[in-house]
Design a protein around this ligand. Structure first.
Ligand code: DHB
Length: 397
């Protein structure tokens, strides 16, 4: 079988690219190893930058405007006191609380509605001839049958455990990564909201994040050991841990309720370069991973695809002859500025807000002093606001 673009991965990056290619009338196939249901029910990120909301609405997906919650600020909490970062006032932009599961439903629903060829439970087992002008994939469907698909171009949007990434030849491939000695214990609780905006908290007992989902369900996280077993924690222990991290002289408390789901999220920063090998290009988590603190992962994946689509349009216009392939390198050059901004922002926010196992009292107090210096300076708050909202025009292309 033959198509023009084979997209490996049916997450937000792969599906957004599919929608943009459908609009251009470019024949393509999306192969996703998981089922539609499994992805729809896996809790992921929650925050969309204004630029990501624009990408969705430009693609005709505007449910986010009706059902998402616009947040004009975030709270930084340390020393038991809350310091608001006025995103809208300082950066001129807001963010939207709109869970990735909803983004996925919108993208997958749109793809289905336009008859895009998205194949669920299609597991890519092998990448074929990535460095040539006719790359392909071998994949297995739920019935156990094996198939081969050839394309002018292969896009690896297959997440942090990417199969496509492994086709980058050893001699050109450069990997940059950072490991963290902590993780997040994430819970979905059945309770009303405890705060109207996100509360990023640094305490002497470690980090905690108060986020929201609906009127009846909330998303909360607290720093834990990477090898923590969520099953070993009772609801009472989880609430006690969360309460003592957010506690302060202002008497702030979380409204409690039954814990409905609990998982441990690993922290990792990673970038692989280059993102092109011949006619194979990487996008989203397949090319880079960020720790969750800056809420950047999903936004970065969508931004990658916007740049990739722009570069591909130019490449298609030139007739996709092998001689024009250098145009494809423009994608990596343009995308990497945002990738590294987001890498720095995510690592920096993580380092400031978390307790580091083994850190000295001096180091811990310097972290809080840095938070205070930022929160009490308009320039500092603005720097955070620009980063949190995605740098807007600063990185406009
Ligand atoms: C959520 C997740 C994040 O990583 C973050 O920084 C903010 C919010 C969330 O799931 O709501």
């Amino acid at each position: 079988e033959r198509t023009r673009v084979a997209i490996v991965g049916g997450g937000p990056a792969g599906l957004l690219l599919s929608i943009l290619l459908t609009r251009d009338g470019v024949d393509h196939v999306v192969l996703e190893s998981r089922s539609h249901d499994e992805i729809e029910h896996t809790h992921r990120a929650g925050i969309l930058e204004a630029g990501s909301v624009k990408v969705l609405t430009d693609a005709g997906l505007d449910r986010v405007l009706r059902e998402g919650d616009r947040h004009d600020g975030i709270d930084l909490r340390f020393g038991g006191e809350t310091h608001r970062i006025d995103l809208a006032g300082l950066a001129g932009r807001s963010v939207w609380l709109y869970p990735q599961t909803e983004v996925f439903k919108d993208l997958a629903g749109h793809a289905r509605g336009t008859g895009a060829d998205v194949r669920w439970e299609a597991q890519v087992t092998e990448i074929l001839d990535a460095g040539t002008t006719l790359p392909g994939v071998r994949y297995r469907t739920a019935d156990g049958a094996t198939h081969e698909l050839r394309a002018d171009l292969l896009v690896g949007a297959d997440g942090s455990r990417s199969v496509c990434r492994h086709t980058l030849p050893e001699d050109v491939r450069r990997s940059f990564s950072h490991e963290y000695p902590y993780a997040w214990f994430g819970v979905i609780v059945e309770a009303p909201r405890s705060a109207s905006e996100l509360v990023y908290t640094a305490s002497e007992h470690g980090f905690a994040l108060v986020s929201q989902r609906t009127e009846t369900h909330q998303r909360l996280y607290f720093q834990c050991d990477p090898v923590e077993d969520p099953a070993a924690w009772t609801d009472e222990q989880i609430w006690a841990e969360l309460q003592r991290r957010v506690a302060g002289p202002d008497g702030f408390r979380l409204t409690e309720g039954p814990v409905r789901e609990k998982t441990v999220l690993r922290f990792r920063s990673a970038v692989v370069e280059p993102v092109r090998h011949g006619r194979m290009l990487l996008a989203g988590d397949a090319a880079h991973t960020v720790p969750p603190t800056g809420a950047k992962g999903l936004n970065l994946a969508l931004a990658d695809v916007v740049v990739l689509h722009d570069v591909l349009s130019g490449w298609f216009a030139r007739g996709t002859t092998a001689g024009a392939d250098d145009v494809l390198d423009e994608y990596g050059r343009r995308a990497s500025r945002r990738v590294w901004r987001a890498q720095h922002f995510s690592a920096w926010m993580s380092r400031m807000l978390h307790s580091h196992p083994g850190e000295s009292g001096f180091e811990a107090r310097c972290r809080i002093a840095e938070l205070r210096a930022l929160a009490e300076s308009e320039a500092g708050r603005r720097f955070i606001a620009e980063g949190y909202t995605g740098w807007g025009e600063i990185l406009a292309r």
